[in-house]
Ligand binder design. Structure first.
Ligand code: CA
Length: 702
């Protein structure tokens, strides 16, 4: 018997890799939680949620429940369980409230904790209470197992400024918690149904189970009661089973086989993180139709809305991943974006839930364009979105300076934002606006706009050349008089750049890599500059910030020179080797990053995960390609991790990817049997269902 077991496992691993297992069992929600504000291995929390669900739940280990670092793996005590909408500790939460079984903090251990997307369980030792939580999109069920006691208690904390009222049926209340991005009068109305009194002592017998049914609404208390229907009259286990099935289905859009269990865990934990944000901000009204409270005008409108994402991070790989694997969700997200444009003048850049002042760029253009070129936006919505994009090129939001385009008056006249006119991060803005203009041109083409309008944005898309210093072969701050910034250090973070330096930002010409190759003096020079990123020491100048920001530390400890995979400006860089004579150098680095900088452990990321972006890099890279330039209709080719992967596409179509050999370097890549002679593959045939094969051809190897 003992000899048979491994053979059976081997057979099932090679032939029916993941057909019969619950893929959600491979997910650890604790990945990235071993973080604090000085050093991030993800800066995540164990979100108990359905994919893109309106409400998430998380255990809280922070002493102050309002702390942005709600759950830190190394802490010993749980202080409560909060309904959360937090996208990032740097942005913090809104509309949160918490349930406190036992009425106060308790020691716990990770050995008595089970953390799954659809289910969380922990034993609160000081209270002798077992807590279990399972979610729906707008509600949750909490199952508490009590000890023998005449003073059992369940606390409810509506957070500062909020209210809670207890009654025979449980409790109702609201949270007003926020950190901006909401209008006056913002409330998250909650309703809790319980069969014991809440907020006061009650008697329990040993093993007594108390079940809480909890729901909320950003619209009204009445709507919160309606949202409670998601769980009412269903047992905890019924809700749990449905939640697991939902996750298995979403994760099952990509099935991979042939690698180690640890690699499955890393892959599916990354896919989980890629299918949380942006989250639903709409609710199902009395007629069963989507309605939403608008954080932009404070009114209730028909239709979809999604929120809690920063486009500076997520335009790069997260949205392209949704567009390929979850286009049904993308369609709703884009309908929601068009609704935002109807409810105020600006598209969001960092939404949580409304406009937040964070990061730079005008990368809503990339999000719109990538979905539009893949046919996921209706003509009517695209016209609304296009008008908002054009408006954004000539305006900056009156109170949220990262929305619209700060410095547009310089950019649109001089062709760059000078570094000496009081607009911070001038080079990073110029580079991102130039790419965003290229994206706007793609949308203009789809809408058959006049050629002169298309040409205007294409002309502006070449503005990156205006901050390129040919003598340094790097991007560099430029003064209003046309001279370059002195002194210049490519190791200086911030200043003319955003959370990075010239080594990082020079490559942010997503839409014109051949142009960048030329500007650097040709392919050899380009390759030499790419090599240099990894060869230069991980030294830094943090004088702009006055202290070493965590992204700098994360670059240093990764031991890859000045390559900073832990932050977004670097994340497409390895794929740029495709534009050199030695794409294999990129493949080797891509595999190194997958193998060394990602895992399924609590310290499993090499920097902020950032709402699916850093995870989406892994998912794409494991499949063997990456969207270097969203909206281009192409993926740059890389090095697939799995011998076999299958992506389920709409209409019952499948993209199958197979690779032969463990060598990360492939020189015979075929689409449907036909050799690909480019460094990229077109997305259109892939979306149509295809077979992509990666092989090593010995004829071509030296
Ligand atoms: Ca980041």
């Amino acid at each position: 018997m003992k000899r048979l077991i491994p053979i059976i496992i081997l057979l099932s691993a090679c032939c029916h890799p993941t057909e019969d297992v619950h893929l959600s069992e491979y997910v650890s929600t604790l990945v990235g939680t071993q973080s604090d504000w000085t050093f991030s291995t993800g800066n995540t929390y164990p979100a108990i949620a359905l994919p893109w669900g309106m409400n998430f739940w998380t255990p809280v280990t922070a002493e102050r429940e309002e702390d942005g670092w709600a759950y830190q793996y190394d802490k010993h005590k749980i202080t409560g369980f909060k309904q959360t909408h937090q996208p990032s500790p740097w942005i913090n939460d809104y509309g949160a409230f918490s349930i406190i079984p036992g009425g106060g903090p308790s020691w716990f251990s990770h050995e008595s904790e089970e953390a799954r997307p659809y289910y969380y369980k922990v034993y609160l030792a000081d209270h002798d209470i077992t807590v279990e939580i399972t979610p729906t999109e707008r509600a949750a069920v909490m199952r508490l197992t009590f000890p023998e006691s005449d003073s059992s208690i369940i606390g409810v904390n509506p957070f500062q400024g909020g209210k809670v009222a207890f009654d025979d049926a449980g409790a109702t209340g609201y949270s007003v918690q926020n950190h901006g991005g909401v209008p006056e009068g913002f409330r998250n109305f909650f309703v809790i149904k319980a069969d014991v009194p809440l907020g006061e002592a009650f008697a329990t017998s040993r093993g007594q189970i108390v079940t809480l049914y909890i729901a909320s609404s950003f619209i009204s208390e009445e709507q919160a009661v309606r949202n409670l229907n998601e769980v009412l009259d269903r047992s905890f286990d019924e809700v749990k089973t449905a939640a697991q099935e939902r996750w298995d289905k979403i994760l099952g859009r990509i099935r991979v086989s042939g690698v180690t269990e640890e690699q499955y865990r890393t892959f599916y934990s990354c896919l989980y993180r890629s299918s949380l944000f942006p989250r639903k901000f709409y609710e199902m009204g009395p007629d069963g139709e989507p309605v939403h409270y608008s954080p932009y005008d404070g009114k209730v409108h028909d239709g979809y809305l999604y929120t809690d994402t920063g486009f500076w991070d997520t335009f790069r790989a997260l949205f392209p991943l949704l567009n390929l694997v979850y286009p049904d969700v993308s369609r709703e997200i884009l309908q929601g974006l068009a609704n935002v444009a109807r409810e105020n003048d600006f598209l969001p850049e960092w939404a949580s839930p409304g406009h937040r002042d964070c990061m730079i760029g005008n990368n809503s253009a990339a999000v719109v364009a990538d979905a539009a070129v893949q046919g996921l936006v209706s003509r009517e919505d695209l016209e609304v979105l296009y008008n908002a994009l054009v408006y954004g090129t000539e305006h900056v939001h009156p109170t949220v300076s990262s929305t619209g385009r700060k410095g547009h008056e310089y950019y649109n006249t001089l062709g760059y934002i000078p570094c000496d006119v009081g607009v911070n991060e001038s080079v990073a803005r110029t580079l991102e606006y130039a790419y965003d203009d290229w994206c706007i041109a793609q949308v203009a083409k789809l809408l058959d706009r006049p050629q002169e309008e298309i040409d205007l944005y294409l002309k502006r898309s070449r503005n990156w050349r205006n901050v390129f210093d040919p003598s340094a072969r790097l991007m560099r701050g430029r003064r209003a008089d046309g001279s370059f910034q002195e002194p210049f250090s490519p190791y200086k973070w911030g200043g003319d750049f955003t959370e990075g330096n010239a080594w990082h930002y020079t490559w942010s010409v997503f839409h014109d890599i051949p142009g960048l190759v030329d500007a650097m003096g040709g392919q050899e020079s380009f390759e030499q500059m790419l090599d240099s990123v990894f060869k230069v020491p991980p030294i830094y100048d943090d004088s702009y910030y006055g202290y070493r920001i965590h992204e700098i530390t994360e670059m240093q400890v990764a031991d890859m020179g000045n390559y900073a995979h832990g932050n977004q400006p670097s994340q497409h860089m390895l794929y740029l080797y495709n534009w050199t004579a030695h794409p294999e150098k990129g493949s080797v680095y891509i595999r190194e990053v997958m193998d060394r900088l990602y895992s399924a452990a609590p310290d499993g990321y090499c920097g902020d995960e950032d709402n699916g972006q850093t995870s989406a890099w892994y998912v794409f890279s494991a499949l063997g390609f990456y969207p270097v330039c969203p909206a281009s209709g192409q993926y740059a080719l890389g090095s697939p991790l799995f011998p076999k992967a299958a992506v389920s596409l709409p209409g019952g179509k499948t993209l199958t990817i197979t690779s032969k050999g463990s060598n990360p370097v492939y020189n015979d890549i075929r689409l449907n049997g036909k050799p690909i002679n480019n460094n990229y593959v077109d997305i259109a045939p892939i979306r149509n269902g295809a077979h992509l094969t990666f092989r090593v051809s010995h004829q071509n190897t030296n």
